[in-house]
Design a protein around this ligand. Structure first.
Ligand code: ZN
Ligand code: ZN
Length: 277
């Protein structure tokens, strides 16, 4: 089948008659590599490929998925923790790549892909049963995006690598059933940590990474009673404390009366269990 369909065409004719499976498997997330698998029926989208091809295949297999069944690779931006094995996997399994023109021009063009499709922020594309909305992000890359992905009346928000929660980001994350958002660093740990001053400034800047505090500030506007799962991702190894973050998140959820929402902190070195969106 052609992977690209008209975004206006519904994936199914009657949403009420079906209950399509729609699942998120975070294969790994952090400054050394990011990769997620989003699946529904026979459509399987990889978001980023920031580990070696061998490692991604091993993690997919560990979660019971055959890498040769991938439908497409969506690339968020050109940083190496996101693009490392995009070309390897695309060639090996004949999988098309989707990215913005900007990401393509700096990270992919030299690899001479024949199977590349342009993603335009704000313009939805239908890939099998899923409708993918690329969202522009404030981050120090050429044209970075995050995703809002809809399938069978359910919505996944999948956004990392952004310096602050812009109006567009907040709008895009409204009404999601499952959310994966960045909680990169604790600001005090970053300030006092081992990084050189210039790197600290870059990370904490408007085009850097989202702090735990900024992530917590977003929650009142994006969480609701029916959120099925909240995943915190892209945690810094050096500048974050998983225990402290867990405590802060629990406190924030309690304050919002939403302590029943299950949450998970993504791991750098191993995949999370597969979540129903
Ligand atoms: Zn990153
Ligand atoms: Zn980045």
């Amino acid at each position: 089948m052609s992977v690209v369909q008209d975004a206006a065409a519904p994936a199914t004719t009657d949403h009420t008659a079906t209950d399509l499976d729609f699942r998120l498997t975070v294969l790994g997330s952090g400054s050394s590599g990011n990769c997620s698998l989003i699946s529904s029926q026979d459509t399987h989208l990889l978001i980023d490929a920031g580990f070696s091809g061998k490692e991604i295949c091993a993690r997919l297999t560990a979660r019971g998925f055959d890498p040769s069944h991938l439908t497409a690779i969506l690339v968020t931006h050109e940083h190496s923790d996101h693009v490392r094995s995009v070309h390897t996997l695309s060639r090996k399994f004949g999988v098309p790549i989707f990215s913005t023109q900007g990401t393509f021009s700096v990270a992919l063009r030299e690899k001479k892909f024949s199977d590349w499709y342009e993603m335009v922020p704000g313009r939805s594309i239908q890939l099998g049963t899923m409708c993918v909305h690329p969202i522009s992000l404030p981050h120090d890359a050429v044209d970075p995006v995050g995703f809002r992905i809809e399938c069978d009346n359910r919505v996944l928000g999948h956004i990392t690598d952004f310096g602050y929660a812009s109006g567009l980001v907040m709008e895009s994350l409204k009404g999601c059933d499952t959310l994966l958002i960045e909680a990169n660093h604790d600001l005090d740990m970053l300030k006092e940590g081992p990084y050189p001053w210039s790197l600290k400034q870059r990370i904490a800047g408007r085009l850097g990474h989202l702090s735990n505090a900024s992530m917590l500030d977003m929650l009142p506007d994006i969480l609701h009673d029916d959120v099925k799962h909240l995943v915190l991702a892209h945690l810094s190894d050096s500048n974050n404390d998983r225990r402290l973050l867990t405590l802060q998140l629990k406190r924030a959820l309690r304050r919002l009366g939403l302590e029943k929402i299950p949450f998970t902190l993504a791991e750098q070195n191993e995949p999370l269990r597969t979540l129903d969106i």
